[in-house]
Design a protein around this ligand. Sequence first.
Ligand code: NAD
Length: 482
Amino acid sequence: MSSYVSNYVGGAFASPASVDTLAITNPASGEELGRVIMSTKRDVDTAVQAATAAYPAWRSTPAPQRARVLFGLKTLIEEHKEELALLLTAEHGKVIAETRGEIQRGIENIEHACGMPTLMMGDTVEGIAQGIDSESWRQPMGVFGIITPYNFPVMIPLWFWPYAVAAGNTVVLKPSEQDPLTHQRIVELAQRAGLPPGVLNVVHGGRESVEAICDHPGIIGVSFVGSSHVAEIVYRRAGGAGKRVQALGGAKNYLIVLPDADIDLSAAACHDSIFGSSGQRCLAGSIVIGVGDAHAQIRERMLDQAASIKLGDGLDESTDMGPVISAEHRDRVKGFIDQGEVDGAKLSLDGRSASVAGLEGGYWIGPTVFEDVSPDMSIGTEEIFGPVVGINRAKDIDEAVAMMHGSQYGNACSIFTTSGKAAREFRYQAGISMIGVNIGVAAPMAFFPFGGSRGSFYGDLKAAGKDAISFFTDQRVVISRW
Ligand code: NAD
C-alpha cells in the first residue's frame, strides 16, 4: 500500500507543486494509513494542460478502441476485486460486504460505458426539407473536471470518468481527500489497461483544487457529487465560468410504511437503508413514517433490530456496522443527537457512548433512534449522514406524503405496501427523483440516471444512464443539400 498519495498527471505519478499533505486514517482504529497531497491551483493547471494535450489524439482514437481499454480495466478490477475491497474497508470503514457491493456497482458503470460506440450514435433524417438531409453527431467536447465525495470513493468517480473518456474526452478527477487510496489503485489499473497518458489525470486536495477546477478556462464541464452546500457553490461558480455543470447534493430520505405492508420485509429493508454504511449514503433512509396501524409494528421491529447491531471493524465478517469516516464527522453526528434531545424529540436508542473493545481510537457512533421528530427540529430537516433515524406516525398516506414534501431535499423516498394502486399513486405524487417500492435503498443501476431534485441536485443532466452520454457529448447537427 502506498503511504503517500500523489497526483497522476500525463500518465505519471507526479511531484506536485504543493508540499501540504493530509493524513488518511483507518476510521476503525484511527491509525494513519498514508498521506495525501493537498494540491494547489498550479497543480490543477498542470493537470489541465496534460489533459488538453492528450485530447486531440484520444478524440481521434476510434470509439471501439477507446471502449476496449475500458473492457481491459473491467477485467483488471474483477481480478483485483478482493484486494480493492479490503483497502476500501480499511480507509472508509464500511463493512466488507458493502465494499464488495460498491466495487460491483462501479464495474457496472464501466460495463455500461463500454457500449459507447452504440450509445453515442446520432440520428439522421433524409429529406427533412426539399432536397435537404439532416443528421446529428455526438462529439466529445474537451477536458472535464470531476469532483467526488468520500462515501463511495470507488463507485462515484466511476459514475463519470469512464463515460467521459469512452466518449473521447479527457479528464481531471479530484477525489475526496478523506479516502483516496482505493481509487488511486484503480487509476494504476487503468494505466495497466492501456489508458494513454493524459486521458485521465488525478489531482488530490480540497477546496483550493475544487475552486481551481471551477475557474479553469481549459475545463469545459464539471461533474460534482457531495453535500448540497458545496454542490450549490460548484454549480454557481463553474456555471458562472461558462461550463456545463451537474452537481449532486445531499438528502433526507423518507421511508413510508402503509398498514397493508409486509411488516417483516419492510422492517428489514428500512433497517438496511438507515444503518447500512453507518448511514453515510445519499440514499439512506432517515425518517420512517408508519401510517396508521403500521406505526406500532414498524416501531417495535426497528427498535429491536437497531439495538442488536454489532459495531466493529468492517474487515471482520461478523460486523454489522462500521465506524463513521472521521472524528470530526462523529462529533458532528453527536451534535445533531444532542440538539434533537434539546429540541424535545424522544431519544429511544442513544448511540453516543458507543465504543468497540480494542479499537478505542475508532470513530464510533452506535445506532440511534428518535421518535416524535418534528420539521422544526434540525434532526427533522438537516442531513445527519450517520446512523440516526426518526420514527414518526401519520394518520394516512396523504399526511405522510405531506410530511415528506416539507423537506428541502428530493433525492430518494420509498413506500412499503402490498397495494399496486397505492404504489402507483405514490410514484405519481412523490415529486422525488429516486423512488423505491418495497425497496429501502432506491439506487438506480448504471443504465438509469442517478440524481435527485429540489435541494438535492443542481443542473439538469444526471449521473450515469443515458444522461451521461448527453452530458459528456455535444450534439452537432448537419443540414446538407447536394
Ligand atoms: P463534501 O461536500 O464535503 O465534499 C465533496 C467534495 O467537495 C470533496 O471532493 C471535497 O474535497 C470538496 N469540498 C469540500 N468542501 C468544499 C468547499 N468548501 N469548497 C469546494 N470544495 C469542497 O461531501 P462529503 O462529505 O465528501 O460527502 C458526503 C455528502 O455527499 C453528503 O451530503 C451526501 O448526501 C452527498 N452525496 C450525494 C450523492 C448523490 O447522488 N446525490 C451521492 C453521494 C454522496
